[in-house]
Write a protein that binds this ligand. Structure first.
Ligand code: FES
Ligand code: FES
Length: 928
């Protein structure tokens, strides 16, 4: 055994134990969480903390060979024990790293925040049972939550860990696109060395603790904050709105920016920041909240859309009439006439609730002031947007703000908005010391954005032959106290609420309505999943009324090349929705027959059903500029730097963008070095959202790669058709069987330090929408269709999803493993949305009460990849990130109807709602 390492910290007990085979002694209070000792005192940050409450399993370690949550273990409990963290798994007998390799091979780590916990839990199993079955694996990882993968690839990786995996793809030059290349940033994730927002602490960093409003709406006054500071040794300052040197107003859409760093006199939602206490980390943590001098006067909040619309006198923002933030509108044809003259009309009201992002990594980061500049290292989906807002808040030029994105432990839209950044930046700016902040799970839930709850009313009509004739869609979205992405949701939904179908008469009107609730913002799909829940259920009703098979109804009405969309846009190519539905056809027929046979035979409370739903989703911003700029540089050693500013939040942009770039250059992927999205060294690739990175940044990478290839050929005086071979310190041009070498080491370096630097910008061609919402809002759409098979217990109201078959037109699957990962993860989130996830502001602000799917909730997912290419996208590719979540929930809801004949109009379809709908039907009604 190695020599004992002693770590002395302020505290009482000297505790000895073994970590990863190394004896350690720590001087800490015996009650200190083991997770904290490992991370803060021993620097083993591979162990993650997602909740500090035993709910997420991210902190799982081995204690004498058994997996335990280290956040629930006190340091005093592990005296004399043997602890193994993810760092200690590398090379550990008997697995010898095979599990990590299997994770890489299967694409089982996306963002990587759950990966250490998963690996440790799986190790505990595999060391006892080298060949576990699916049920045993499910049990072993049942306590570890993953928000990205849908668990299936993790389970496969664990079951196949024993097999050994020497099947890595190492594509040759020109063959990267389409290959199942292992995630380029994967190794750090499986070895526990990836740096997330909370994993680095600068020397002498101060802490900051935000004081948040405990009421949904309240006026407030501060007491004697100077006395508070004086009475708390180690506390150095209290920051409030008056300490904001620049403009105390930020927001992701500048035209609608309305959010202060600290509320001014009135807090508009529970969880809104009113002040920040800065000082030595221990001191900031130690004081009781009740000691902070603030007096609250609770006001009557407007919590629902109905309340807000009915109370103009109590406006949340004085200039927003009727509490309406913004309206959206798309109209074509004559919907009233079409409905009046229709042969068959159906209608319905649907409702969805708040959904929490629940990424495993809570927001975290630090800032430091360097002269008249500020540096912020934090988890973010949008470094350049952060830069702009922080510059405004501090009153300095954007060039004086450097944003260094860390690895992001899941985002799904919420990390597009600022979280810790303004607090650490202001504190570091004022105090001149580095300042760090890590949100607790509760702080993350109460203060960061949610999926918009929606209230939707629809009418639709069709001919007796099943031709869709009209859709009238009206929706209000609860956008919370500040604008965030409310305008985007209100603008995107009307374009998409038709679904991927030809609807000649259409009216979609939306409103984003302010309430005294935490802001709703971006969440995978920007409101389209909510609209799909309504429209896809209503289309099932329409198909039933017509008397036509529900899938055939969709195939009949599916958009095709050259048919106009509801905005009048005519897509000339790549409309792959028909192919998606057709790919489901044989499986649909078989599944329906199977469900019918089951229901005919069964005598107990179980019923089976099959549902289908379609989706389309425009990639990138709606009718707005949306550029990405990619820079690549040929280094004198023959390697190629990719300045990859498209933040990889787990979806795989680091790998996908490099694959595209490699094939454009004609060099093997192994030649490429990733340079991160640090705003000081990489150009702006825009935000990671709206399924735009493969399409937009990928295209910019393709253009930059092509330029580099051309520049090399030009330098060598060769023609376009010549081949390039990349070597160490040289390239060789092969033309007409002649070889010509270029010694890169002898060439001068440019301002970036490269032999050749190429930059390219791509902005998708779109057009503005007119007042009826007519125009071309997106250059490219992705399409998809899901089929869900479910089993429902009519006595309990519980629903179990047995299988999801997901067909997606991705244009070109740049990396099929990563595309499948997006689909499986999207399906898991769709299951959560359909069946269990609903956030009630002020209640259950933790991962114990807020339920997300665990391994046992996600069934096998069969992904069918359709490649109907776009001539605009790189190698034909479209997006997949948002698309994957949209059709799952409506397919499940349609399957519930198929099973028991009740419609669930308010989601999630929790057992009580399903049971109530079944009882209502039995009593003569059919509403859920
Ligand atoms: S951090 Fe320990 S279970 Fe979540
Ligand atoms: S990969 Fe599991 S939480 Fe992101």
């Amino acid at each position: 055994m190695a020599t004992t390492e002693k770590v002395m910290a302020a505290g009482s007990d000297l505790i000895s134990f073994t970590v990863n085979g190394r004896a350690v002694e720590v001087s800490v209070p015996g009650s200190r969480r083991l997770s904290r000792v490992l991370r803060d005192d021993l620097g083993l940050t591979g162990t993650k903390v997602g909740c500090d409450a035993g709910d997420c399993g991210a902190c799982t370690v081995l204690l004498n060979g058994e997996s335990v949550c280290s956040c629930l273990m006190a340091a005093g409990q592990v005296a004399g024990c043997e602890i193994t963290t993810v760092e200690g798994l590398v090379g550990r007998e008997p697995l010898q790293g095979r599990l990590q390799e299997s994770f890489l091979y299967h694409g089982a780590a996306q963002c990587g925040a759950c990966t250490p916990g998963m690996l440790v839990a799986a190790t505990a199993l595999l060391e006892k049972n080298p060949a576990p079955n699916e049920g045993e694996v499910m049990d072993a990882i049942g306590g570890v939550l993953c928000r990205c993968t849908g668990y299936r690839k993790i389970m496969n990786a664990i079951m196949e860990a024993g097999a050994g995996t020497s099947m890595y793809v190492s594509p040759a030059a020109g063959a990267a696109v389409g290959s199942r290349l292992v995630r380029l940033d994967g190794r750090k994730k499986v070895e526990g060395t990836e740096i997330f927002g909370a994993d680095e602490v600068p020397a002498a960093a101060l802490g900051v603790r935000v004081i948040r409003c405990p009421h949904h709406r309240a006026r407030f006054e501060f007491g004697d904050v100077d006395q508070f500071v004086a009475a708390h040794p180690g506390v150095m300052a209290v920051l409030t709105a008056k300490d904001v040197p620049g403009v105390d107003c930020y927001g992701v859409i500048p035209r609608f920016a309305d959010q202060p760093v600290f509320a001014h006199r009135e807090a508009r939602y529970r969880g809104e920041a009113v002040a920040a206490v800065v000082g030595e980390a221990d001191a900031v943590e130690a004081f009781r909240l009740a000691e902070f001098p603030v007096r609250w006067e609770e006001l009557t909040p407007l919590k629902t859309i109905e309340d807000a619309l009915a109370n103009d006198a109590a406006r949340i923002h004085p200039h927003r009439e009727g509490n309406v933030l913004v309206r959206g509108r798309v109209v074509c044809g004559d919907v009233e006439k079409a409905l009046a003259e229709a042969e068959i009309v159906v209608q319905g009201d649907y409702e969805t609730g708040f959904v929490e992002h629940a990424y495993i990594e809570p927001e975290a980061g630090f800032a430091r002031r360097i002269g008249d500049s500020i540096e912020i290292q934090a988890c973010t989906q949008s470094p350049y947007m952060d830069r702009g807002d922080i510059a405004k808040i501090l009153g300095i030029a954007p060039e004086k703000v450097r944003i260094i994105p860390t690895a992001v432990g899941g985002g799904f839209g919420s990390k597009l908005d600022l979280s810790v950044q303004p607090f650490v930046a202001l504190a570091a700016w004022k105090l001149g010391r580095p300042v760090r902040m890590v949100y607790s799970r509760t702080e993350s839930i109460v203060s960061t954005t949610k999926r918009h709850p929606a209230r939707m009313r629809l009418r639709a009509s069709a001919t007796r032959e099943g031709q869709l004739m009209a859709l009238d869609f009206a929706a209000d979205f609860n956008t919370g106290a500040y604008s965030s992405w409310g305008p985007t949701v209100a603008g995107r939904v009307p374009v998409h609420a038709s679904g991927p179908y030809r609807v000649p008469n259409y009216r979609a009107l939306t409103r984003a309505v302010h309430t005294n609730i935490v802001p709703a913002g971006a969440f995978r799909g920007f409101g389209v999943p909510q609209a799909a829940i309504a429209q896809e259920q209503l289309y099932d009703e329409l198909a039933d009324r017509v008397g036509i098979d529900r899938l055939e109804f969709r195939i009949l009405n599916a958009l095709r090349n050259d048919t106009p969309t509801v905005t009048g846009q005519i897509l000339r190519e790549g409309v792959g929705i028909g192919k998606c539905f057709e790919a489901l056809r044989p499986k649909w027929q078989a599944a329906r027959e199977e469900a019918t046979a089951f229901n005919t035979k069964t005598v107990g409370p179980l019923r089976r059903g099959v549902g289908v739903a379609g989706m389309w989703y425009g990639c990138g911003n709606t009718s707005l500029p949306n550029p990405s700029t990619m820079r690549i540089g040929l280094k004198c050693d023959g390697r190629i730097a990719v300045h990859q500013g498209a933040v990889d939040i787990g979806q795989g942009s680091n790998t996908i963008v490099t694959q595209i770039c490699a094939d454009a250059v004609g060099a093997p992927v192994a030649r490429f070095d990733l340079v991160s999205g640090d705003t000081a060294i990489s150009p702006d690739c825009g935000k990671t959202s709206a399924s735009r990175q493969t399409f937009v940044t990928g295209k910019a990478a393709h253009m930059a790669g092509t330029k580099l290839r051309n520049e090399i050929l030009k330098l060598a005086g060769a023609c376009d058709c010549a081949a390039i071979e990349f070597g160490d310190g040289s390239v060789t041009i092969v033309e007409d069987e002649k070889r010509k070498g270029l010694a890169l080491t002898e060439l001068p370096l440019d301002a970036h330090g490269y032999v050749i630097t190429c930059e390219a910008t791509f902005d998708p061609p779109t057009s503005p929408l007119n007042e009826d919402g007519q125009g071309s809002p997106y250059a490219v759409f992705g399409f998809g269709a899901h089929m869900a098979e479910i089993e429902l217990d009519i006595e309990l109201g519980t629903v179990r999803v047995l299988k999801v078959t997901a067909a997606h037109d991705v244009g070109r699957a740049i990396n099929p493993t990563l595309v499948e990962g997006q689909i499986e993860g999207g399906v898991a989130q769709g299951i959560g949305m359909a069946l269990m996830e609903e956030f009630f502001p002020g209640k259950g602000e933790n991962l114990h009460d807020y339920l997300i799917p665990s391994a046992g909730d996600v069934p096998p997912v069969e992904s069918i990849l359709i490649e109907d290419p776009s001539s605009i996208g790189p190698f034909g590719a479209k997006g997949i990130g948002e698309q994957a979540v949209i059709p799952t929930a409506p397919a499940i809801l349609n399957a519930i109807y198929d099973a028991v004949g009740v419609r669930i109009y308010k989601v999630p379809a929790t057992p009580d709602r399903v049971r109530a709908a079944i009882l209502a039907k039995a009593n003569g009604g059919a509403r859920g």
